[in-house]
Write a new protein. Structure first.
Lengths: 454, 454
C-alpha cells in the first residue's frame, strides 16, 4: 500500500516533472559506489537461502543494539523539522518512537522468515536426450529505492532486498537524513556479522546523487519510489530504468441496479474511509440510475456522518448530493475524505467511465447479478477487478504475499500488488553433452521437448 | 531468433539515435486509428479460445485466397527495389515467392493450434471464507510492431497477436509496402469472416506514423521491433512504452582447462558458423591458458576451413591466431564470420571479461569439471547460461515454446527467448460477499490465506 502525501519541502526530486536535462550525470564517486554495490550484490546473489536469512536476522539484531542511537538521530531530525516548520502529516511520518522502531525490527525478522524467492525452478524441459533446459528464479541485482520522509521504510526495503539476494541503493528524504544514516549504519554492522558484504547496501544523501541514481542504467535494475504521486511521476518521466510503482490510483466502485443496497453502502464506506490516503481507496462512486434513488437516500447521510464530502453530477445532485462535481473531479485522486458520485445509465456507461478516467489500479462492482458481475470482471482492464468487496483489499499483505514491494499499474507483469517476486527475475540454464544446433537444422536429430518434473 | 542486418535505406527510423524531439506527436488521425484498434482489441480480449482460433484460421484461408495478389504485390516491391538498388541481402529478405508464402501461411495455421495463453489461473487463494482471489492471464491489449523488409513477419506477428487476444499496429519497411498492404488486406478479410473485428489490425505506412507510434503511451502496451540492432536501439531510446527486444548480442563461449577439446571445438564452430547473423551466435571465444595450446592448434585450422576470421589477443596470436584484436573487438557483435579470441588466466578472468563486455544474452562454458560448471552457471548474469552446448539453442522454438515473439536481454521478465506468454499479462480478480477491510484492521476477522487448486 502506498500512502500519498504532499512532497516535503526540499526533499528529493521536485513534484513537477522537470526536463530530462535537469537530471545530472552520475559523479565518478557515485559510479564507483554503485559498482561496488553491484559487485557485492552479485556475490550476495550466489548465497544460499540460509546465508541470506542469517544476514537479515543479523541486521535485526544490530538494529536492536543500535536502538538508542537510532532514536536519538530521529529526535535530532524531528527537532530540525520543527525548526523548519515541516507539515504535521510529514512530522508524523518522520517520527520513529520506540514502539514504531520495535515494530519495524519485528518486520525485519518476519522478512527473514519469508519463503525464499530465489532458485525456484519454473520450467524444466528435456529438449533432447542429454540436453536439459531449466528456468530458475534469480535476484534482479541492485534495486534503487527513493522514498520520502519515512525512515522505517529503510529497514523494510533493505531487508526485502537482502532476503531476495539483491543489493540496494537507498535515498531517503533530507529531513530524515540523520535517522536514515543511523539505521543504515546498524544494518551494515549487522551485515558485517554475516556472509553478506556491508557494501551491498548504500545510502545516498544529497539531492544531486538522488537524481543521478536515475541515470545508473546497467548498474541499477529496478527503481522503487515510495512517496507521493508527484515523486513517482517525476521518476517515471526521468529514467530508463524500470520503475515499480504507480503515479495514480483513481479507483471506482460501481453500484449496479441489482446490488444489495446495504451491502454496497458498507463496501463503499470502507473503500472510501478506512484509509482515505491509500492508493486503493475509491475516488468515484458510479451508481446505476435504477437504484440511485434508493441507494443515495441511504448513502448521502451515511457519508455525511463519516465526514465525507460528496461531489455529484447533475443526476446525483438532483437526488441530494450537495456539491457539484466538475470534469476535473472524475480524474482526481483526492487521497482525502472526498468522493465523486455519478449516476450512470447502465453497466456499459459505467465501463466507459472507468476506461476513460480510471488508473487501471483497482475497480469494484457491487451486484447480485451473475452475468453483470462476469461482464464487469472481464471488461475492466485494471490490475484488480473486485466483486462485492472493498478495493482496500488490493494490498500485498492482504493478498497473502507476506510482503509488499509496491503496487504497479503498468500493463506488463509484475502488475498490481507485488511481493518478493518483484525483486527476482529468471535465467535459462541449458546443460548439454556437446549438442550443436546444426544437427537439428539438418534433421539429423529431433527435439523431444519433454516436460520434466519441477 | 532475431537476424541483424544493415538498415535498408529510407526504411523506418534512422540507425543512429536522433534526439527525442525528432519523434513527432501522433496526428489526430493516428490517435483515432489507434483508439479504434484498442477498442477492437478489448472486445477481442474477451473472445474465447475457440473464437480466437477460428479467427486465425480464417486469416490463413484468406491469405491462401489472396495468394495471387500478394505475390504480385511482392513482385512490384521487388521491381521497385531493383530500381532503387536495394542491397542483395535485403532483396532476399523482401522476396516472398510461392514457397515462402506457403510456409508463412502454414505458420499462421500452426499459431492457431498453439495452446491458449489467455485465461490461465496462475494463483488461487481463499483470503477468508467467501473472499476468493484469483490471478488470471489476460491479453496485453495492443502491440506495436516495427519491422524492416521481411513481409512474412506481418503474417507471423499478426497471427500471434490475434491468437493471444491482442490488437496490433504494424509498421513494415517502405520497400515492402505493397506486399504488406496486400497481406494486411487479406488478414482483415479473414477477420471479417470471424468474431474478431478487422480493425483489430492496422498497418502504418508513412515514416512519420512509424515514429509517432513510439508516443502512443496508453494506447499501445508493448513495442516489438524486428530488425537491426540500430533499429532496436533507436526505439528503446525514443519511447516510454516497454520494448521487447535486444539491441546487442555479444555472446561468449569459454573453453575451460577441463574441456574436452574436440567437443569444445564442435560447439564453438556451431555457435559461430551455423548462422552467423543470428543474435545468439558467439562473437568471442575465451580459452583457458592451460588448454590454449592444444585447443587452438585444433581450432585455428578448423575455423580457417569454415571461413572464419579469427582476431586474437597477444597470447592467442603467439599461438597462431593471425589477426590482432583491439579493444573494440571485445564489445562488437560481428554478425558475420569473424570471431575474437582471448586466452584467459582462469575462470574468474573469463567471468570478469563476460561481465564487462557481454550483452547478458547467452554465454556458454565447455568443461568436464562439475564445480567449474556450477560456478560459471551461477555467476554469469545472462538470460541464458549454457554448459557444453551451442549458444544457438537460445531460441523460442528450440526451447519448445512453439513460437517466438522476441528475445529480451533486459533484467526483468520476460527475459531470454519469449513465446506467446510475452503477449499476455495478468489481472487479479477478487470475489467477496460484502467483505470490508476494516473488519481485518480491527481484528474482528482474520485472513485464512488458504491455497486453492489452480
Amino acid at each position: 500500500m502506498t500512502v500519498t502525501a504532499t512532497p516535503p519541502p526540499g526533499s528529493g526530486p521536485p513534484g513537477t516533472a522537470a526536463p530530462a536535462a535537469a537530471v545530472p550525470d552520475p559523479s565518478p564517486e557515485l559510479l564507483q559506489r554503485a559498482a561496488t554495490v553491484r559487485r557485492c550484490a552479485m556475490a550476495l546473489g550466489q548465497c544460499g537461502d540460509g546465508a541470506r536469512q542469517q544476514a537479515v536476522l543479523a541486521m535485526a539484531e544490530a538494529l536492536e543494539q543500535a536502538r538508542p542511537s537510532i532514536l536519538a538521530a530521529n529526535q535530532a531530525d524531528l527537532e530540525a523539522a520543527a525548526g523548519n516548520g515541516l507539515a504535521p502529516a510529514l512530522v508524523a511520518r518522520l517520527k520513529l518512537d520506540a514502539a514504531k522502531l520495535d515494530g519495524a525490527i519485528a518486520g525485519v525478522r518476519q522478512v527473514a522468515g519469508l519463503p525464499d524467492p530465489v532458485g525456484r525452478r519454473q520450467l524444466h524441459t528435456e529438449l533432447d536426450q542429454g540436453l536439459v533446459l531449466e528456468r530458475l528464479s534469480v535476484p534482479l541485482g541492485v534495486v534503487g529505492v527513493i522514498f520520502e520522509a519515512r525512515p522505517d521504510a529503510v529497514m523494510q526495503i533493505a531487508s526485502l532486498a537482502i532476503r531476495s539476494g539483491n543489493g540496494a541503493i537507498l535515498k531517503g528524504g533530507r529531513e530524515a537524513s540523520r535517522s536514515c544514516g543511523a539505521i543504515l549504519a546498524a544494518l551494515q554492522t549487522g551485515l558485517g556479522r554475516s556472509a553478506v558484504a556491508p557494501e551491498a547496501l548504500t545510502l545516498l544523501t544529497s539531492r544531486e546523487e538522488s537524481l543521478a541514481l536515475l541515470k545508473l542504467d546497467g548498474l541499477v535494475d529496478l527503481i522503487i519510489p515510495r512517496g507521493s504521486n508527484a515523486l513517482v511521476r517525476f521518476i517515471q518521466d526521468n529514467t530508463r530504468i524500470p520503475v515499480l510503482g504507480h503515479a495514480d490510483g483513481v479507483c471506482h466502485l460501481y453500484v449496479d441496479a441489482a446490488a444489495d443496497p446495504e451491502q454496497a453502502l458498507r463496501v463503499a464506506l470502507d473503500a472510501k474511509t478506512q484509509y482515505p490516503a491509500a492508493c486503493n481507496a475509491i475516488e468515484t462512486l458510479l451508481v446505476h440510475r435504477a437504484i440511485a434513488p434508493a441507494f443515495l437516500s441511504l448513502a448521502i447521510p451515511a457519508f455525511a456522518r463519516a465526514g465525507v464530502e460528496l461531489r455529484g453530477d447533475g443526476a446525483s445532485q438532483a437526488l441530494g448530493v450537495p456539491v457539484a462535481a466538475t470534469e476535473v473531479d472524475w480524474g482526481t485522486e483526492y487521497s482525502d475524505l472526498i468522493l465523486a458520485v455519478k449516476v450512470v445509465e447502465d453497466l456499459e456507461t459505467a465501463l466507459e467511465h472507468i476506461g476513460r478516467y480510471g488508473s487501471r489500479h483497482t475497480d469494484a462492482i457491487c451486484t447480485t447479478d451473475a452475468a453483470t458481475a462476469d461482464r464487469f470482471l472481464a471488461a475492466v482492464d485494471s490490475a484488480g477487478v473486485f466483486l462485492n468487496c472493498s478495493t482496500r483489499f488490493a494490498d500485498g499483505f492482504r493478498y497473502g504475499f507476506g510482503a509488499e514491494v509496491g503496487i504497479s499499474t503498468q500493463t506488463l507483469p509484475p502488475r498490481g500488488p507485488v511481493g518478493l517476486e518483484g525483486l527476482v527475475t529468471y535465467r535459462y540454464r541449458l546443460r548439454g553433452e556437446g549438442h550443436i544446433a546444426a544437427d537439428y537444422a539438418q534433421g539429423e536429430r529431433r527435439f523431444t521437448h519433454r516436460s520434466l518434473p519441477l
